[in-house]
Design a protein around this ligand. Structure first.
Ligand code: PHE
Length: 340
């Protein structure tokens, strides 16, 4: 019996060394101390078979083994539980310094930003907004705007024809005619939209681009109204200290015609590479509505007069967001677009 106890004790020690988890330790405890099949209770129950003179020694040995095994099991399970708790904590700890995963948000396209800004400035001045059609007839895009069939100015607006009758508008000035045909003066309309010209793609040109157009027709309108309106507009669109100058120009549908330059948005007028050291940047075309255009839509030029203007939205977006290449606006690269 003493041998058996010694053997059990040795086995216990090696099983203990192998039990590295709480679960293994529980199994070990069950094997040695389980009420029904535990080895230790089994040994105790055999104590009565031991001859009287050995009973004390065997009993002492058995007690020592039991006390030792119980104590060491208790100690070991406490330290294992601690270690496991620490592990679990380490595993489940939330690192609050990790950057979160942000959902991707939509962005307005730079052209949309500028278009909305332009539209809201004119809305505030009482203009209605009408984008007009992109597919047009010769009448609205050219003829009614005083481009006679062989007018050389047609060449400057190299046109995409869809059929003999239909074309892609080369400018938003078609909205002038459409509005004046549908409404009697006083008229205040503003139009933003896509226009098309058979141009090569370069840093600053694209066969499709965007224009903003404005038209005002009322009694007694003169060039001072044009200048004041555009000055207000350009001060809002850029900065209040933006300087403006008008240069005589030519469009078939305005008389007189002018081009408006603003002081360079990069150097403020001192002269830099972007403005070719002139201090000025060409920004829009404008003029007083040609009497013939008014007549073309049945408005009496003796009673009514008006002004019109048109400008590139893409160019303004390039200036405002400092984009050197117009293609940036049309490539739809999210890495670029998400910056606006
Ligand atoms: N339609 C002209 C262009 O595309 C701009 C313009 C509009 C000029 C209205 C005068 C008046 O160049």
């Amino acid at each position: 019996m003493l041998d058996e106890i010694q053997k059990a004790s040795a086995e216990f020690e090696s099983a203990l060394a192998a039990a590295t988890t709480s679960r293994a330790l529980d199994e070990l405890r069950l094997r040695y101390f389980g009420r029904k099949e535990g080895l230790v209770p089994a040994l105790f129950s055999r104590l009565k078979e031991v001859p009287k003179e050995q009973k004390k020694d065997v009993g002492d040995a058995l007690n020592r083994f039991r006390d030792h095994a119980e104590a060491i099991l208790k100690e070991r399970s406490a330290s294992l539980a601690n270690a496991e708790a620490a592990q679990k904590e380490a595993r489940e700890t939330i690192d609050v310094t990790l950057p979160g995963r942000l959902p991707r948000l939509g962005h307005l396209h730079p052209i949309t930003i500028v278009r909305r800004q332009m539209e809201s400035i004119f809305s505030e001045m009482g203009y209605s907004i009408d984008p007009g059609p992109e597919v047009e007839t010769d009448w609205y895009n050219f003829e009614a705007l005083n481009f006679t069939p062989d007018h050389p100015a047609r060449d400057t607006q190299d046109t995409f024809f869809l059929s003999e009758k239909l074309l892609l508008r080369t400018h938003t000035s078609n909205v002038q005619i459409r509005t004046m045909e549908s409404f009697r003066p006083p008229i205040k309309v503003m139009s933003c939209g896509r226009v098309f010209r058979r141009d090569e793609i370069t840093m600053r040109r694209s066969p499709m681009f965007h224009q903003a157009e404005g038209l005002l027709v009322d009694r007694g309108i003169h060039i001072g109204h044009l200048r004041g309106t555009l000055e207000h507009f350009l001060h809002r669109l850029f900065t209040p200290d933006t300087k403006i100058r008008m240069r005589p120009s030519f469009f078939p549908f305005t008389e007189p015609s002018a081009e408006i330059d603003i002081s360079c948005v990069f150097c403020g007028g001192k002269g830099c590479g972007t403005c070719s050291h002139t201090g000025w940047m060409e920004i829009l075309g404008c003029g007083m509505v040609h009497p013939q255009v008014l007549r073309n839509v049945g408005i009496d030029p003796e009673e009514w007069s008006g002004f019109a203007f048109g400008m590139g939205i893409d160019r303004v977006a390039m200036l405002k967001f400092d984009l050197p290449n117009i293609r940036t606006l049309f490539e739809n690269d999210l890495r670029v677009l998400s910056q606006f």
